[in-house]
Structure formats: C-alpha cells, structure tokens
Design a protein around this ligand. Structure first.
Ligand SMILES: [Zn+2]
Length: 260
C-alpha cells in the first residue's frame, strides 16, 4: 500500500483569540477527532490528543506565545482517537473511570482488517462512510510504517470529577461528567462565554451510542443536561463548531430517536 505524504499532518484553525482547533484531515472521519488548544495567562490547556500518528506537542508549542508555561492535557475519554499523543504531555487530567485505560490503553492497529463486522455495521448504521484499508489515507512522513503504530500508556497526574475546575489563570472551566458514550467521559463548560467542550457527548456528526462501554440511558441524561445549559457554542470532539440552535436540534433528534 503506497500512500501520499501529508505534511503538515495536522490541520490548524483559530477559533478565537485564545482557542485553536487542530485536526487530522487524513484520518478516516470516524477516528478524526478535534484537538483544542486554549491559551491562558498562567497555563495553557489541550483537550484531547488525537491518534498519535504524528508528534503533536511541537505543533501545539508552536502556537503558544509562551511554551515555557505549564500545559495541561485534559483527556475527555480514552477512545483511541482522543489519546494517541497523551504521553507527550507532562500534566494529564482524566476522570477516574477512564484512568486505567489512559495508563494501559487497549492496543489498536491502523490496519482496519481486524475491525469486526459488528463495529463496521455500527459505524455504517451511525452514518459514517465505509472504513478504508487503514485508518488514514496518507502518511505523516516518508518511511512511516503504519504497522509500527502503538498507543503508549500515559498515567493521569490528576483525576478530575464533575464540578472540578481547570484553571488557566484568566480563564476557568468547569468539568462536566458526561457519561453515555463512555463511562468516564468529561466535557468542559466555560460559563463566561457559554462555551461547551462537548467531547464525544455532542458534535455535529453521527453520535456513537451503541458500542461496548456505552449506555443509552446515561447518554440521554447527558444530552438533557447539555440542553439545559445556556450554550452559545459547542466545540465538539469531532466536526466543526456549532451554536445553540444546532445544539438543541442534535439533542432533540437523539432523544426522540431513543424514545422510539
Ligand atoms: Zn469516543
């Protein structure tokens, strides 16, 4: 299998004066997650760390006005597309229910041959395109060997639970426990700007609620909680940023679907 080289590997988009979104455009849409960088006066924060196919930290540091500041990685949950580069960060926050997976991640292959029919059907039913031979359609550099891909353990340096605060000095966000898609998933709520970092609880694409470790009843409660927040914008775990009207549409769609 020969693939083109995609360099730079990461897509970079500025959301506002302090928030950046990094993406992996050559990763299959199911596994192409958002990585957010939030700049603060005392510390900066990264939310999730992608697949780990290419080094993330240098790309993040190049966007930071002061790379010597502390950099806090918040891992929303431990699916492969959110933890790949976690080991590149020194300060690692995760919910206690995900801590074991972060320390000892389940091995994952970029070759999709081993992905079961159950998962293929789940992804197709959710509305995603069929899987590719590999989870990506390009290489980050010449000579990259997809077979050598591994997930490195990155034990949490601190666990966070619902109601905790992530403090960047002039910007604070509240940790929200948003179970359903995974048991210990967290989002972040910045009330001053009505910004929700929704993780895989809510994004503007097919939500995944029917796999191992998932719980539709918990997911419905999570979506009802999100519906009640004075959301101005949602920065989800996948797909572009969206506003309150779309947030309500998505929530209402799934709550109706699950009642049927
Ligand atoms: Zn996920």
């Amino acid at each position: 299998m020969t693939y083109p080289i995609a360099s730079p590997w990461y897509g970079t988009q500025q959301i506002d004066a302090r928030i950046w979104c990094l993406t992996e455009p050559h990763v299959h849409p199911i596994f192409s997650a958002n990585i957010f960088l939030v700049l603060g006066s005392e510390a900066d924060m990264v939310v999730d760390s992608g697949m780990g196919i290419a080094p993330l930290r240098p790309v993040v540091d190049a966007l930071r006005p002061d790379p010597a500041k502390p950099l806090i990685l918040v891992t929303t949950h431990c699916h492969v597309d959110h933890i790949g580069a976690a080991h590149e960060f020194d300060i690692r926050l995760v919910h206690p229910l995900e801590a074991e997976d972060l320390a000892h991640p389940t091995p994952y292959s970029l070759d999709t041959a081993g992905i079961s029919d159950t998962f293929r059907t789940l992804f197709l039913d959710a509305g995603y395109p069929p899987l590719w031979p590999h989870l990506m359609d390009a290489l980050p550099h010449a000579g990259y060997d997809p077979a050598a891909y591994t997930l490195k353990g990155a034990p949490a340096t601190r666990t966070v639970e619902d109601g905790d605060t992530v403090d960047l000095g002039d910007w604070q966000a509240e940790v929200l426990h948003l179970p359903g898609h995974s048991p210990g998933q967290v989002g972040l709520w910045h009330g001053n700007s009505g910004t929700l970092f929704g993780a895989d609880a809510i994004y503007d694409g097919p939500l995944i609620y029917d796999g191992p470790g998932m719980d539709v009843a918990a997911y419905a409660a999570t979506l009802r909680r999100i519906r009640a927040l004075p959301v101005q914008r949602v920065l989800g775990g996948h797909d572009p940023v969206f506003g309150q009207d779309r947030c309500h549409q998505i929530v209402d769609h799934y709550l109706t679907l699950w009642q049927a």
